[in-house]
Design a protein around this ligand. Structure first.
Ligand code: BEZ
Length: 187
């Protein structure tokens, strides 16, 4: 599951983000990942804004968006904006930042991303992290800088090189601690 917060409904950057996450929802679904948005606004506000998002981006938001006006979830997950004094509601109470929590099926939080209100997220990076986590869990590998699905991976440090050569094809030892391997295409 991915739980992601944004500062406020009917704001420009958030509108582009929600449209993009809605467009990419099938990609997340393919990977078994559910999306849940959150902002410190009401459900009624979300409903009207979802129509705008469809109009502006062409994408229909079908995943739930938590109406966390009281900031109950936001405080629990530390999503509150402690720095940006412009990111506040009409009473001056801080809104949420752009947090992303990637939570695995065992309910373990595997990734936390925090972006300021002024910076829209990178949806490709969120998908890339999901791919890395799922690939790593399945094959006992880690993934190098800028890795994307299909690239070579790194043998997990806990696996000895001799053992790695039995498990993986084409193990390339660059250093005893840096061993690349190729994963089969359907992996
Ligand atoms: C936005 O989504 O455009 C936004 C929201 C709050 C503060 C700054 C930007």
């Amino acid at each position: 599951m991915i739980l992601f917060s944004h500062p406020e409904d009917y704001t420009p950057v958030c509108t582009t983000e929600l449209g993009e996450m809605a467009r990419l929802e099938p990609e997340f679904k393919k990977r078994g990942v559910k999306l849940i948005g959150l902002s410190a606004n009401t459900l009624e506000s979300h409903e009207g804004w979802i129509s705008d998002i469809k109009e502006v981006t062409g994408s229909q938001v079908n995943f739930p968006i938590i109406g966390d006006k009281e900031r109950k979830v936001a405080y629990l997950y530390d999503m509150i904006d402690h720095q940006d004094t412009t990111n506040v509601d009409s009473k001056g109470i801080a809104f949420t930042i752009r947090s992303v929590f990637i939570i695995d099926p065992k309910k373990t939080i595997r990734t936390i991303l925090s972006y300021p209100a002024s910076t829209g997220r990178n949806s490709a990076e969120i998908l890339r992290i999901v791919d890395s986590l799922q690939t790593g869990d399945k094959h006992k590998v880690t993934t190098p800088i800028n890795w994307t699905l299909g690239d070579d991976v790194i043998v997990h440090p806990s696996i000895k090189t001799e053992q790695a050569k039995e498990i993986f094809p084409n193990v390339r030892v660059v250093k005893p601690y840096l061993r690349f391997t190729t994963l089969p295409k359907d992996a």
